[in-house]
Design a protein around this ligand. Structure first.
Ligand code: AMP
Ligand code: MG
Length: 301
């Protein structure tokens, strides 16, 4: 990976949550002087390297990658996912968006619906929102807990601490089973969200994205900041880091996300499987037969 991108990633990666403060992260960070002029080239290079490594991930069939995207509305989750993973073989990737849970989903424990959609070995799974909503929107609106059909004795003051613990353990478990978990918080400023929501109203082709509910959630901006900060503090670990991605400049957010995915793939030392002696023998035989077959066809003409 380009040294410049690797260097920038260090600023945004959180591996030990205890000292993390969202106030230290500038949503408008753009990596400093002159980066913008090189950004398109750097992104294209990074995306191409992701594409090549994803083929190996698929061929080797040992590891899976789970990429979780969380953000306030209109931060650009979906367009970032589209840009960064546009070149990857679609067979190797799955994308799932998690909305308000259905009655069937509420009939299960809260990790059930995401567990059903975890990526298989060899694949990259992308979650647009995730089980983190259970300590974000649900924490901001505790009345949602009532719809979750939990026995009253299970809903105590410790419920959020218990959920952070569940999530830490779940991510540890995934890691120990060969699924690497990387989490992205697209850190957008309140002002940038105002502009993006206005665009949804003013540009006809974006009207479909508008939801009046987005304004209700926006009114709770500070509360959301607090619960995001807590979630990151409680769940950032060396084996399941958060990347707090400055999201006011989309080109920068995409570069950081692509860099983080590449960094993760590179950490796996992926290679194409080498054929064992039996497969080598079978291939040699098959090769001889295929060559002879061609000669036969020519002489029959
Ligand atoms: P969007 O991603 O804009 O389509 O919105 C999906 C909505 O579903 C967001 O407002 C989320 O907060 C909400 N949502 C996602 N997961 C949950 C959950 N577990 N409980 C309640 N609301 C959720
Ligand atoms: Mg939305």
């Amino acid at each position: 990976m380009a040294a410049r991108v690797a260097d920038l990633l260090k600023r945004h990666r959180v591996t030990h949550g205890a000292k993390f403060r969202l106030a230290d992260c500038d949503p408008d960070d753009d990596g400093g002087a002159h980066l913008k002029t090189q950004a398109d080239d750097l992104l294209a290079q990074t995306v191409e390297q992701i594409r090549a490594l994803q083929e190996m991930l698929y061929a080797e069939d040992l590891w899976a990658l789970l990429l979780i995207f969380q953000a306030m509305d209109a931060a650009g989750k979906d367009s970032a996912i589209k840009h960064v993973l546009s070149c990857v073989n679609p067979h190797g990737v799955s994308v799932h968006s998690f909305k308000v849970p259905s009655p069937e989903e509420l009939d299960h424990d809260y990790l059930w619906r995401t567990t059903c959609r975890l990526p298989e070995r060899g694949k990259i799974g992308i979650f647009s929102r995730s089980y983190y909503e259970e300590v974000l929107v649900v924490r901001v609106h505790p009345e949602i807990l009532k719809s979750q059909r939990l026995a009253p004795e299970l809903v105590t003051k410790r419920i959020w601490q218990e959920r952070y613990e569940d999530i830490r353990n779940f991510e540890r478990y995934l890691c120990r089973n060969g699924t690497l978990v990387r989490k992205f918080y697209l850190n957008m400023s309140e002002e940038e969200q105002r502009k993006q929501l206005l665009e949804r109203i003013d540009e006809p082709e974006k009207n479909w994205k508008f939801s009046a509910r987005d304004l209700e959630e926006r009114a709770l901006w500070k509360t959301y900041r607090r619960v995001y900060e807590d979630a990151i503090r409680e769940t950032a670990r060396p084996d399941a880091p958060w990347y707090v991605v400055p999201a006011d400049k989309k080109w920068y957010a995409r570069l950081i996300i692509a860099g983080a995915i590449l960094e993760t793939l590179e950490s796996l030392n992926l290679r194409y499987p080498t054929p064992d002696p039996t497969l080598r023998r079978e291939m040699a035989q098959a090769r001889r037969r295929l060559l002879a077959d061609r000669r036969g066809r020519h002489s029959r003409r």
